[in-house]
Design a protein around this ligand. Structure first.
Ligand code: NAP
Length: 256
């Protein structure tokens, strides 16, 4: 039996590239996103590689359980979970619709938490020698500081990093890897979705291929936090030492 990786948000951007890397390394795939045709495009590109498609809107309450039940109905077992689906929204907290921000929390925080809770028992039980098992959560360099004009997004990514680092400690005596990928600005649909194409964030981006490669290799090596790119690493390091009020001012400037 081959190991199976379930990847959310695999219809585009970083998730699409991560899916290809896991497939190349011998994992069967289960891919989740709303846009079925883009998931089918991925399956076509992978030419006969086992890919199970689950079209699902993760902003719907109960979505994680629907995905889990579907996986069980199909008789599949997951040994790697990649919680990559996520989005941001640019604008002042009180001016952005509350419902949109709640949907963002549902995808970035709740679905990620629920999927991890549902699949962790079988990930722990998976028996594969020399092929990694665990959870790769996609956070952001936004996890390291408060983010005015994207406040809920930054807070959601701080949650992802904090949860993941706590799980590393809880699972330290097991062979389960918990990694957090913290990309900086990456050239994907993220900025269009976030209505952030006018911001300084877009001035210096990495490619989704290079971010996914760093994430995949970091996970395989069992790294707890993966920050692709030296500029992003420097920013993350700096944010450890700067007063949070100063980091917030800098993020406000960048997010405008
Ligand atoms: N790009 C950046 O600058 C950047 C930086 C740091 C972190 N990140 C993080 O990287 C992850 C991937 O984003 P990306 O940059 O690759 O952006 P992207 O190209 O917009 O991809 C986002 C993925 O998430 C899926 N998704 C969004 N909302 C969903 C929903 N309600 N239900 C199910 N799937 C949903 C999308 O699929 P459908 O639209 O088909 O549903 C798509 O596959 C996100 O968690 C993001 O926060 C991105």
């Amino acid at each position: 039996m081959k190991p199976t990786a379930l990847i959310t948000g695999a219809s585009g951007g970083i998730g699409y590239e991560l899916a290809k890397l896991f497939a190349k390394s011998g994992y069967n795939l289960i891919v989740v996103a709303r846009t079925e045709e883009k998931l089918l495009q991925l399956k076509t590109e992978l030419e006969g590689h086992p890919v199970t498609i689950i079209p699902q809107d993760l902003s719907e309450p109960g979505a994680a359980e629907i995905v889990y039940d579907k996986v069980k109905e199909l008789g599949l077992t997951v040994s790697v979970l990649v919680n990559n689906a996520g989005f941001g929204l640019n604008g002042y907290f009180d001016e952005l619709p509350l419902l949109d921000q709640q949907k963002m929390l549902q995808v970035n925080v709740n679905a990620l938490t629920e999927l991890t809770h549902l699949f962790l028992p079988e990930i722990k039980a998976a028996r594969f020698r020399s092929i990694p098992k665990g959870v790769l959560n996609v956070a952001s360099t936004a996890a390291f500081q408060p983010g005015p004009k994207m406040s809920v997004y930054y807070a959601s990514k701080a949650y992802v990093l904090s949860l993941s680092e706590a799980l590393v400690e809880e699972l330290k005596d097991t062979s389960v890897t918990i990694s957090t990928l913290c990309p900086g600005a990456t050239d994907t649909n993220f900025f269009k979705t976030a209505k952030a194409e006018h911001t300084k964030l877009v001035n210096s981006t990495m490619s989704s291929e290079s971010v996914a490669k760093a994430g995949f290799l970091g996970f395989v090596k069992g790294k707890r936090v993966i920050i692709p790119g030296t500029a992003n690493q420097s920013m993350a390091y700096l944010s450890k030492w700067l007063p949070r009020s100063v980091s917030a001012k800098f993020a406000h400037y960048i997010d405008s």
